[in-house]
Design a protein around this ligand. Structure first.
Ligand code: SAH
Length: 508
């Protein structure tokens, strides 16, 4: 039997599970069919019930630990056993009263201490951040940045310094704290307009000894939101914000009334935290406007959103401006509360599917960014046969660069355009330029193509052969997954996957 019979599936995306969060008195939307952003569960040395909350184990811990922290409902009884201060606010040993501000604040303090080794001071009249929700945003950012990093490896380089801007950091300083706690190479600029919040944020920097990594900056309402020039920064890696959700205090009060929780719980927040002109869409619109000027000076512009309708509006605004390298996701907490997030970039490096299509909005697929990962087929053949076929096909092209790694059976390639197209190949055949590589394989090469750096190439991709293991089956089965890593045109990626599919299907 030939190796050609590739079959079916173009699968992408992973279903994810989210859980465990306290309430937050900010806009809640329902009715979304989402996958949301979180990670599949995995077991790490830290994730047994005894080790997960053990403050004696050192920080920072590995990425898997952080990914799987809140994939299950919080067990307050267990947390209480590790933290007497939480235990003191639990009823009947394991029940936490979410209508009591004191209990809600204690839960936040306990989670930050046990799960991240962080200390926090929280004023009673400012937002008390639900840790799982804020952590979800950081996890998503890690995925977004790692999968679009200049290493093209779909994972971060721990040695690479990363600078983020947290717009409206709040008294809690939650994002810079969570980011610095898990990524030693990250540092933050944290802004706010509220004097009380700024003072408390500075205290939180000191409490955690993060003075060299977090800079808290005063702003006023009329200032721009991304003040790179004023801060003396040429570029940063990301900007993030949890914007005031509401357009007026009336909207806030109306929404609070619709819920069963008291409007003045610890999670309500002060008016400056909750309300701004134009609500969250107005706030993000300002960031979009600034991004259209700053462009590549920030690799990822991102925002959390409280309403799904806002996500739809923001994506439409981005599309109107021709921004097609964007990412959407959902953060899901417990059974009711859901938040959305959007990010966009003017760079041509493309994020993974898990980062860019972390949710499927109820408005449908048209809101989603282009696919960046496609399974081109499944073969019943030994992986080494598939590898030969795949490498022969790719190495026969005019590549600017190509590396193959075994293990893990994956290749990284850069080309200068559609070099697999018929028109290009006909032209090449006429020119008949044939070069021989060191290992003796013939490679048709365009003389100019060799002079480009990866960043300058029109198209970058990776291909990976993934063995599939069926229980009880002795057959060899594997898939080939193609990932779009760089480029401005989805049509080029689509045409490349089509070319590979066709070449790998025909008998040779
Ligand atoms: N990041 C915190 C607080 C979010 S509330 C958290 O997630 O819990 C929104 C914050 O934005 C408030 O602290 C508010 O003071 C601040 N803010 C409002 N307008 C702002 C502006 N124009 N520039 C910077 N911060 C602003």
């Amino acid at each position: 039997m030939g190796m050609s019979g590739w079959r079916k599936t173009v699968d992408h995306g992973t279903k994810r599970k989210h859980d465990g969060d306290g309430p937050e008195m900010r806009g809640t939307s329902k009715n979304a069919t989402t996958m949301g952003h979180h990670a599949p569960s995995a077991t790490t040395e830290y994730n047994t019930p005894d080790t997960k909350f053990n403050p004696k184990l050192p920080f920072p811990r590995d990425d898997d630990y952080y990914k799987t922290l809140y994939t299950e409902e919080l067990d307050f009884g267990l947390l209480g056993r590790h933290d007497p201060e939480l235990n003191a606010v639990l009823d009947r040993g394991s029940h936490l009263d979410f209508t009591n501000p004191k209990s809600v604040m204690q839960l936040t303090k306990t989670l930050l201490r046990l799960n991240f080794g962080l200390l926090i001071d929280l004023p009673t009249d400012r937002l008390c951040p639900p840790v799982p929700n804020r952590h979800n945003y950081i996890l998503w950012l890690k995925d977004l940045l790692d999968s679009s990093s200049p290493s093209y490896l779909d994972r971060g380089n721990p040695a690479q310094p990363v600078t983020g801007l947290d717009i409206g950091t709040g008294a809690n300083l939650i994002y810079p704290l969570l980011g610095c706690a898990q990524r030693p190479s990250w540092s933050f600029i944290a802004t706010d307009v509220d004097a009380k919040s700024l003072a408390c944020a500075r205290k939180n920097v000191e409490l955690n000894g993060l003075q060299t990594r977090i800079r808290v900056v005063d702003r006023v309402l009329e200032d721009c939101l991304i003040p790179l020039d004023e801060l003396g920064l040429e570029t940063i890696d990301f900007a993030m914000v949890n914007p005031p959700f509401y357009t007026s205090e009336m909207e806030l009060a109306d929404l609070a009334k619709q819920k069963s929780r008291p409007p003045n719980s610890a999670c309500t927040g002060a008016p400056i935290e909750m309300v701004c002109a134009g609500g969250e869409v107005g706030f993000v619109r300002r960031i979009i406007d600034e991004s259209l000027v700053l462009r590549r000076r920030v690799q990822w512009y991102t925002s959390m959103l409280g309403k799904q309708s806002s996500l739809e509006m923001i994506v439409n605004i981005l599309k109107q401006h021709g921004v097609d390298n964007y990412a959407v996701t959902a953060f899901i907490q417990g059974k009711k509360t859901r938040r959305w997030a959007v990010g966009w970039s003017f760079e041509s490096r493309r994020p993974s599917l898990s980062a860019s299509r972390g949710c499927e909005p109820s408005a449908g697929k048209k809101l989603l960014p282009c696919l960046t990962e496609v399974t081109i087929g499944t073969w019943y053949a030994p992986p080494q046969h598939i590898e030969k076929m795949l490498r022969d096909t790719i190495e026969n092209l005019d590549l600017v660069s190509w590396t193959w790694d075994q293990p893990p059976s994956s290749g990284l390639g850069f080309v200068d355009g559609n070099v697999w197209g018929r028109a290009y190949r006909r032209q090449r055949a006429r020119e008949q330029i044939i070069r021989r590589t060191g290992n003796g394989q013939p490679v048709h090469s365009h003389p100019l193509a060799q002079q480009k750096s990866h960043e300058e190439c029109a198209f970058g991709f990776s291909v990976a052969i993934q063995p599939l293991k069926d229980l009880g089956s002795i057959e060899n089965r594997c898939t080939v997954v193609v990932r779009w890593l760089q480029g401005n045109e989805y049509a080029v990626f689509e045409s490349f996957t089509g070319f590979l599919r066709k070449s790998m299907c025909s008998d040779r």
